[in-house]
Design a protein around this ligand. Sequence first.
Ligand SMILES: [Zn+2]
Ligand SMILES: [Zn+2]
Length: 573
Amino acid sequence: MKNQEVAGIFAQMADILAIQGENYHRIMAYRRAAENIATLGRPIEEVWQAGELETIPGIGKTLAAKIDELMRTGRLGAYEKLKAQVPAGVVEMLQIPDVGPKRAALFWKELGITTIEALEQAAREGRLRTLPGMGAKSEEKVLAGIEALRRRTGRTPLGVAWPLAQAMLDALRQVPGVVQAAPAGSLRRMRETVGDLDLLVAAKDPEPVMACFRALPQVAKVLLSGPTKTSIRTHEGLQVDLRVLEPARWGTALQYFTGSQAHNIHLRALALDRGLSLSEYALKREDGSEILCATEEEVYTALGLPLIPPELREDRGEIEAALKGRLPDLIELKDLKGDLHFHTTWSDGHHSLLEMAQAARACGLKYALVTDHSHSLGVARGLTVERLREQRAEIEEVNRKMGGTFRLLAGIEVEVRADGTLDLPDEALAELDLVVAAVHSGLRQGREQVTARMLAAIRNPHVDIIAHPTGRLLGEREGADLDMEAIFRAAAETGTALEINAHPKRLDLRDVHVRRAIELGVKLAINSDAHGVNGFGVLPFGVATARRGWATAEDVINTWSVKKVLVWATGRR
Ligand SMILES: [Zn+2]
Ligand SMILES: [Zn+2]
């Protein structure tokens, strides 16, 4: 059993317990376990076999016994029992933005609603507004939520699709005769969500590759099995298409299947202008002779273009820029020298300052800014002025221990309150190396109000970076209704950096916002928002988002040396 499956079962149990109005701590225990298993960084099966389940944060004897039962039998009695008590459709209602466990229970118990469809109908008929705590407005919100849910289903977040594709490709690379293996489609372009997964392999003999693919542990069902293409469905319900291609035409196929469609249509027009024809199968001259392209670079060269990085292939001006020799020199993961947003046990993180610093260093970073939450955010143990000073002493101790190989900087993720003021006094913020400000509550305020609040934070001279500016959670919650243009102009004017939060649930700023922000001269920071030692592993998703937004290393402040960052921050005050 895979980490995602075990995590999924625990998350479902937490949802069911929440609908039943169970004890908060019991619910949180399952949620925390689910999160830690999902982000473990090694197979849960391996941890189980090594008898080390209880070393996972949040897994005690009881939960370890449950994982053991799952691993041995593939079933969990406690889960089956819970599932029998609450209809599946009621649990599903929790996916609707603005519908929590209390509401779902209310709809079920008071009106006998057990599916999202029935809920939608009841809302349209005005039957929800009569329930206690509900009104016409909240009824409208339920309808809007159902629509938002419909819009996003069917696509898989990059953070789920990417590791899945890599695991499958790693297995396929082991097959003798495989010379190339790569993802294609929107996954290779690193879009924030992907539809079906496309994998490509170059090999002379496709059959052993297809056989290996059909037998992968991720496969729940083989949908189609042909000589050059096989489609399967994974246990999570994701469709994966594998194509096996001739090595001599690898470049042509990789280019074609990477897309996007709009980019390819534009390229085809360009080819026609040059007396060439470009198709899925081949690049041909007017006389019908073929230009074999073993690499993508050869395809672009034949069209008179430099290689265009996959992240740019959306027909958003990249072909015009390439023709003029003006493609941006995109930022790369190796350009990142530091991370300016992570949490520790001083607030809601799972590991100590020292452990987090060591983990950041192990990822190749030279410095990191610790940014625990300030106290007004409801999370456990937010920082007060006093505890912030205590933390400073520990930061210095960690820096001594790391002996100059790494620099831990003192910061905070300070709450922007409902009125736009910050949660800590200016004197306390002035003592920090850098200040990150964030809005976590009141995201549903009206456009004017929430924008004004964000602008106030940007204009505060102590604030250096705005974390996850829109507050969206992919597939869960839409971002705040901000006037982004006003935000970007203010940030450019004050020199406040905006974050690209690299967590795959956030990727906030998103690609198109990144591009506009850069055009207006805004500086960016690509941060992990790590809450545990494995959390720095999301940085590649942040870099990919920056690349999709045409960002160069110079646009991103944490590609700078620690000295330059500190000089920048001091200069802003
Ligand atoms: Zn935050
Ligand atoms: Zn954070």
